[in-house]
Design a protein around this ligand. Structure first.
Ligand SMILES: Nc1ncnc2c1ncn2[C@@H]1O[C@H](COP(=O)(O)OP(=O)(O)OP(=O)(O)O)[C@@H](O)[C@H]1O
Ligand SMILES: Nc1ccn([C@H]2C[C@H](O)[C@@H](COP(=O)(O)O)O2)c(=O)n1
Ligand SMILES: [Mg+2]
Length: 230
């Protein structure tokens, strides 16, 4: 099956930008012992789908449809961070500042939130929406949680369409303004495309043209998930 997905995914041009792992994350990785990984993988091995795409490409919209049609638990990294951001704490303020700047929150924070969410769920299949956003995110997940995704969906959408959708979203998000969107698009290209290329090379990527109506896009997604036996 995964070979077939690889075949369907055209290669994506690779980014020249190298991602560096910060010292703080190296320390977390050092202490991510097998005992910690076993928290999630000892009693079960959930089916994990990463859902990637630029800002406004429709990840959240399609995840909601997939979750209700195929029984996946939907974990949005952005939603988890926004929830944490609303806490009146130093960490909450740090997250708010980073999101306003369109940058990426340190991986140890995001992976910890995802890990907690997986552990407190009894689901056997997860959509992890908006993660990993960088090579650092990806490596932290693999090291701390100790599993690789079974499948990676990439919603490929032209920039003008993404900007139009984000500006029309109207959900009161602090990053839904033109200045932050421009920064998020640059960060997507610099940090997220290398991750997409990585999974493409591994034959795990399924690229979906994210233009058209929500229903038209979901038809393609439905076809893919209908052929899976997670
Ligand atoms: N196919 C579509 N056509 C038109 N509008 C869409 C389509 N899919 C989603 N939208 C709308 O575009 C906006 C962005 O969609 P969504 O929140 O799903 O994107 P996202 O990829 O999760 O973005 P972000 O990374 O910023 O969270 C929403 O208002 C949504 O209703
Ligand atoms: N892995 C992630 C996911 C999200 N963030 C931050 C930065 C994003 O701009 C913001 C919103 O996420 P979205 O709702 O668009 O998925 O949250 C991050 O730092 N790391
Ligand atoms: Mg979203």
């Amino acid at each position: 099956m995964w070979r077939r997905l690889g075949f369907l995914s055209p290669a994506i041009s690779s980014s020249k930008r190298q991602n560096r792992i910060p010292e703080s994350l190296k320390l977390v990785m050092l202490f991510a012992t097998d005992a910690v990984k076993d928290d999630i993988t000892a009693s079960r091995r959930p089916f994990i789908t990463f859902v990637l795409g630029g800002p406004g490409s429709g990840k959240g919209t399609q995840c909601a449809r997939i979750a209700s049609a195929f029984g996946f638990a939907h974990l949005s990294a952005g939603d988890l961070l926004r929830e944490e951001m609303s806490c009146d704490s130093k960490k909450g303020k740090l997250i708010r500042d980073i999101i306003m700047e369109g940058k990426i929150v340190p991986s140890e924070i995001t992976v910890h939130l995802i890990k907690e969410a997986i552990m407190s769920s009894s689901a056997d299949r997860f959509l992890i929406d908006g993660f990993p956003r960088s090579e650092e995110n990806r490596i932290a997940f693999e090291t701390i949680i100790g599993v690789e995704p079974n499948l990676v969906l990439f919603f490929d959408c032209p920039e003008e369409e993404m900007v139009k959708r984000v500006l029309g979203r109207n959900q009161g998000r602090i990053d839904d303004n033109i200045e932050t969107i421009k920064k998020r698009l640059k960060v997507f290209e610099m940090l997220n495309l290398p991750v997409i290329n990585y999974y493409s090379a591994k034959g795990k990527l399924y690229k979906i043209n994210a233009t058209g109506t929500v229903d038209e896009i979901f038809e393609k997604v439905r076809h893919l998930f209908g052929s899976l036996r997670p």
